[in-house]
Design a protein around this ligand. Structure first.
Ligand SMILES: C[S@@+](CC[C@H](N)C(=O)[O-])C[C@H]1O[C@@H](n2cnc3c(N)ncnc32)[C@H](O)[C@@H]1O
Length: 262
């Protein structure tokens, strides 16, 4: 493929205008770029899109050929059955536009899946939120996207985790705004997957008095109730509603991002 590309460009006398970087797109640091047009391997769609929109490089647009079902999920809106954490996170920082469907019969050999072209344009103005905090918050909310937030936040394991991150954040006093720096090391491979088991949390569990945990739970449930979120499902909430919930939880001293991992 690279050899064919080099030959075609050379045949037109334009080789000095082409630079080929032949490396793993997920592991390589991208040079500055303005526009992406790519027929990407579908298995890296989620991490590549997150790398683009949460990365440090300010670009204009990414026109990508994606598996049709994946594109539908990315284009979904709150309340749609396909709406998931990836769409929530991408739409916080970018606008996603449907361009066209591409039938599998348009390829030779014919693949198993249909495709769609979408155009992703980073937003010029980002919401004032700590992106690492947002990232961790949506992971908690969408651990099981069809659970109500009340049920999600009452899970003992989740509470332990949030208690720990909140305690660490409290010690640090404030959480830096990372809007312009991007966040590193993010991955959506755990998208929509409930986390099972965590020995660190279990050891923390034994060290936190039950009364303290109950107070912490009451604090969170109190915020959810007061703001009308207790019976809501995250997949039905707009990003403005989720941003509001995160802001009021943070205001109450409840934090999600593990400061130790920064
Ligand atoms: C869908 S094909 C598209 C090929 C070519 N761009 C085209 O349009 O004909 C995806 C290509 O990405 C390559 N690839 C797979 N994983 C990759 C990765 N992590 N980084 C960069 N390229 C990758 C595959 O080897 C394959 O050649």
């Amino acid at each position: 493929m690279v050899d064919a590309l080099r030959k075609r460009v050379a045949d037109r006398g334009s080789e000095d205008r082409l630079t080929v970087i032949q490396k793993d797109a997920l592991k390589t640091e991208f040079p500055p770029f303005d526009i992406v047009v790519a027929n990407i391997p579908y298995q890296i769609s989620s991490p590549l899109i997150i790398k683009l929109v949460y990365g440090k490089i300010q670009f204009r647009s990414a026109t990508l050929l994606l598996q049709k079902e994946f594109a539908r999920r990315l284009l979904a809106n709150p309340g749609d059955s396909e709406y998931n954490r990836l769409a929530v996170n991408v739409k916080l920082v970018a606008d996603v536009e449907f361009a066209m469907d591409v039938s599998k019969r348009d390829f030779l050999p014919v693949p198993k899946v249909d495709s769609s072209v979408v155009i992703i344009r980073p937003k010029t103005e980002l919401p004032k939120v700590n992106l690492a905090e947002w990232w961790a918050f949506t992971r908690t909310c969408f651990g099981k996207k069809n659970k109500t937030l009340g049920a999600t936040f009452k899970q003992k394991r989740k509470l332990m985790e949030i208690f720990k991150t909140s305690t660490l954040a409290g010690l640090k006093k404030d959480v830096a705004i990372t809007n312009n720096d991007g966040i590193s090391g993010v991955s959506v491979e755990d998208d929509d997957i409930d986390e099972e088991g965590n020995s660190e949390e279990e050891s923390l569990s034994s060290s936190v008095p039950e009364g303290e945990m109950n107070l912490f739970k009451e604090k969170i449930v109190g915020v959810l109730r007061a703001e009308g979120f207790e019976d809501k499902r995250p997949s039905k909430l707009s990003n403005d509603e989720l941003l509001h919930l995160l802001a009021v939880l943070n205001h109450a001293g409840v934090y999600f991002h593990n400061q130790a991992e920064s």
